[in-house]
Design a protein around this ligand. Structure first.
Ligand code: NAD
Length: 284
C-alpha cells in the first residue's frame, strides 16, 4: 500500500512530533491547524528538533538537511489540502466537542479508502467512528511523547475497526520504524486508564499537603526505579491535556474515582500547562 502522503491534524505537542517523525522516515506531510501563528511556531519547533536530533547523530532520511525535511511539510489551515492523502493522524485538542467537528470534514474531503488514526489520550475510538461514514477505517493510534524517540504505539481497535485497517495501521507504523500493541476500545485504553489516575492522585497528594512535587517524583524514581515521576510526566504531556483526559474518563465511566483534582483544575485555569507554557508542577 502506498502510505507516503500523510495528513497530520493539529500542530501542538503531538502533531509536531508526529510530523517530525514522518519526514525523518521519508514521508510527505500536510500539517493542518486552525491558525497561521500556531503553524509558524510548529515549523520553528520541528526545525529545532531536527537540528537537535542531528547533533545526537540519529539517522536522517537520505542525509537531508533540516531545510529539505521541512520542505516536505505543507503547513496549512485549509482542510481541502487533505484531498489526496493516503493516511491521516489526528492530534487535535483532547475535547470531544472539537474532534466531533473534525472527523466529518475529513470524511468529506479525504479519499474514501484513507484510514484515519486518532491519536487521542482517552476518547473512545468507536465514538469517533460514529461521526464518520467509514467507522471500519477508524483506528486509535496512541503515540507516546516525544514521538520521534518512542518506538512503540498503543493501537486501539474500535467496535467497527476492520482487520484490513489494523493491517494498514501496522504497515504505516512500520514505515515510521515503530511497532504497535493492539488493545480493544475502552475510554483511556490501557495506558491512560492507569496513567491519568496516577497523575490525578499525585496532584491530590500536593493538594492535600502530603508532600511536594520533587519528593512525589523522587519516590517513583529513587524507590521504584521509574525513569520519570508522575508530576514531571504530567508537565511533559501538558496539564490541560491531563485535565481534559481525566474529564473524559469521569464522563465516560460516571465513576467518582476519576474526579479531577481541584489543584489540577486551578493550574489549568491559571494557564500553567507544564513544559509547553514554561510553568507547571516545575518551572522551565
Ligand atoms: P495540544 O494542545 O498541544 O495541541 C492541540 C492542537 O490542536 C492545537 O495546536 C490546536 O490549535 C489544534 N486544533 C484545535 N482544533 C483544531 C481543528 N479543528 N483542526 C486542526 N487543529 C486543531 O495537544 P497535544 O498534547 O498535542 O494533544 C493532541 C492529541 O494527542 C490529544 O487528543 C491528546 O489527548 C493526544 N495525546 C497527547 C499526548 C501528550 O503527551 N501530550 C500523548 C498522546 C496523545
Amino acid at each position: 500500500m502506498n502510505l507516503k502522503r500523510i495528513g497530520v491534524i493539529g500542530a501542538g505537542v503531538m502533531g509536531v512530533g508526529v510530523a517530525q517523525a514522518l519526514v525523518q522516515t521519508g514521508h510527505n506531510v500536510v500539517l493542518v491547524d486552525i491558525r497561521d501563528d500556531i503553524l509558524d511556531q510548529a515549523k520553528g519547533q520541528i526545525y529545532q528538533n531536527i537540528r537537535l536530533s542531528r547533533l545526537f547523530n540519529r539517522p536522517q532520511e537520505n542525509n537531508k538537511t533540516p531545510e529539505q525535511l521541512i520542505a516536505q511539510i505543507c503547513f496549512t489551515t485549509d482542510y481541502q489540502q487533505l484531498h489526496d492523502v493516503d493516511f491521516v493522524v489526528e492530534n487535535s485538542t483532547e475535547k470531544w466537542a472539537i474532534k466531533k467537528e473534525i472527523y466529518p470534514q475529513l470524511d468529506a474531503i479525504c479519499p474514501p479508502d484513507t484510514v484515519f488514526a486518532a491519536n487521542t489520550s482517552c476518547i473512545s475510538i468507536t465514538r469517533i467512528g460514529s461521526v464518520t461514514r467509514r467507522p471500519d477505517k477508524i483506528v486509535g493510534m496512541h503515540f507516546m511523547n516525544p514521538v520521534p524517540m518512542k518506538p512503540t504505539v498503543e493501537v486501539i481497535r474500535g467496535y467497527h475497526t476492520s482487520e484490513a485497517t489494523l493491517a494498514t495501521a501496522k504497515e504505516f507504523l512500520a514505515g515510521m520504524n515503530k511497532d504497535g500493541i493492539v488493545v480493544n476500545d475502552s475510554p483511556g485504553f490501557v495506558s491512560n486508564r492507569v496513567l491519568m489516575l496516577t497523575i490525578n492522585e499525585a496532584a491530590f497528594l500536593l493538594h492535600e499537603g502530603v508532600s511536594n512535587a520533587q519528593d512525589v517524583d523522587d519516590i517513583f524514581k529513587k524507590c521504584f526505579g521509574h525513569k520519570m515521576g508522575p508530576l514531571e510526566t504530567a508537565d511533559l504531556i501538558g496539564l490541560d491535556t491531563i485535565l481534559y483526559s481525566i474529564e473524559v474518563l469521569h464522563d465516560s465511566f460516571a465513576d467518582s474515582k476519576y474526579r479531577p483534582c481541584p489543584l489540577l483544575q486551578k493550574m489549568v485555569d491559571a494557564g500553567l500547562y507544564g513544559r509547553k507554557s514554561g510553568v507547571g508542577f516545575y518551572t522551565y
